[in-house]
Design a protein around this ligand. Structure first.
Ligand code: PLP
Length: 413
């Protein structure tokens, strides 16, 4: 089709979302062959062993008990004030940095990522993310005339590749004098990798070294979408305290999401949380994000904000909610362990997994591999550099047997 009505900047390929397309195919296969005979590891949502979406009871009983007016009313543009307090506690859980911190409600973590890219880069800038990354970073960047540069996430030893990070970080900063880098940790999508506290020190040392040039502006975005399913207790939140007393030309923003931790994917709620040693920088962030809220979606989902706030205000509800999340986390851990164990036995190479919803399998022809696996009724997402298996969506038993099936198909490609 050559005739175009949309303006030049809004011309994009006429194609549907590949992951949702594959999920629809998996559904068809389940209808045809029965759910016991199909492994659907496509979507990034928690599903029970019978294939039903997990919806936390504590969250939905709270939602359903809200007065209609609390669901129907507009929220404030920046978000309800009590939510903006509650969301900081939910994010940092005792590991709050000693800094000026401001939060603005956004529709999911996506909204925060959008604000980070738009509000902190100039036209034509490149943002820095690792080579195993969440696709929408590119979609959002493209939408705004920005590009994405990748560093290699892993070195030969399967550790965070700090050398590759440093090289790309300094290359872009030298050219642009400002840099947004998004680090999706803990529980990276798609690999399940979480930066260790020592790896965070290395990242921050590079940032601090480069911050000595006062012309440089460094923005570190922590995409914490899967944080509630990482580590034991709150151990994977310790790194937040490292964002205390940073130079004022290093700004940290957490893209906080309620989608996974509250199983409120479609309720579209989260927050952009800005952290700075400078009160002015924190305030500037707040008003800039609030303006962006007004310009894009006006305000967020009030009912979702109320659910978090009400649970946080009542210790009994908090305990019940945390117990529910923890039992889901245990289920996820068992599934991931089963997959990792199965991979070891089958001799299937996987990327280092630490936490979260996904495990990745590096391979050269992922698209072909995914197509071949569909013939075996195993649905996995093909990425540029490999396959993504969603342990969040597959029973422990099926997680155990999947690696051998994948290995067989990869060996015969
Ligand atoms: N970041 C990553 C890596 C994700 O996988 C997701 C959701 O899939 C998000 C952010 C944001 O999700 P939401 O906008 O639903 O909070």
């Amino acid at each position: 089709m050559s005739f175009k009505m949309v303006a030049d900047h809004a011309v994009w390929p006429l194609e549907n979302d590949a992951i949702f397309g594959l999920a629809a195919k998996a559904k068809e296969a389940i209808e045809k062959y029965g759910k016991d005979n199909v492994i659907d590891s496509t979507l990034g949502a928690l599903v029970d062993d019978d294939g039903n979406l997990i919806c936390l009871e504590t969250v939905y009983s709270e939602l359903k008990s809200l007065p209609n007016a609390d669901i129907a009313a507009y929220a404030q543009v920046a978000g309800q004030p009590d939510f903006l307090e509650a969301v900081q506690d939910a994010c940092f859980k005792g590991y709050k940095p000693d800094a000026y911190i401001k939060a603005v409600a956004t529709p999911g973590g996506t909204g925060s990522v959008r604000h980070a890219i738009w509000n902190y880069t100039n036209p034509g800038d490149s943002i820095l993310v690792c080579d195993w990354f969440w696709g929408p970073y590119v979609t959002i960047s493209e939408e705004f005339g920005r590009t994405v540069t990748n560093y290699e996430l892993f070195n030969d030893k399967g550790e965070f590749n700090i050398i590759s990070f440093k090289e790309k970080f300094e290359e872009l900063l030298k050219k642009q004098k400002r840099l947004v880098t998004i680090i999706n940790t803990p529980a990276n999508n798609p690999t399940g990798y979480s930066l260790s506290d020592e790896e965070w020190d290395e990242v921050l040392n590079i940032a601090k070294e480069n911050a000595k040039d006062p012309e440089n502006k460094i923005i570190i975005v922590v995409d914490s979408a899967y944080i509630d399913y990482a580590g034991i207790g709150n151990e994977r939140r310790k790194f937040f305290t490292k964002f205390s007393h940073l130079p004022e030309n290093i700004f940290v923003m957490v893209a906080y999401s309620m989608s996974k931790g509250y199983t409120m994917y479609g309720m579209r709620s989260g927050a952009a949380i800005g952290i700075s040693s400078s009160e002015d920088v924190a305030n500037e962030f707040y008003y800039s994000a609030m303006h962006a809220n007004r310009a894009n979606w006006s305000n967020g989902t009030r009912a979702a904000m109320s659910v978090m706030t009400n649970i946080a205000k009542d210790p009994a509800k908090t305990k019940a909610y945390e117990d529910e999340v923890n039992s889901t986390k245990t289920m996820l851990r068992k599934r991931a362990d089963a997959f990792v164990e199965g991979a070891k036995e089958a001799g299937l190479e996987i990327l280092p997994y630490r936490d979260g919803f996904f495990v990745s399998i590096p391979c050269s022809n992922a698209k072909k591999a995914s197509e071949e696996l569909i013939k075996e009724n195993l649905f996995v997402v093909a990425l540029k550099k490999g396959l993504r298996f969603a342990v969040c969506a597959v029973s422990e038993e099926k997680c155990r047997v999947s690696p051998a099936k994948i290995k067989r198909v990869l060996d015969n490609l």
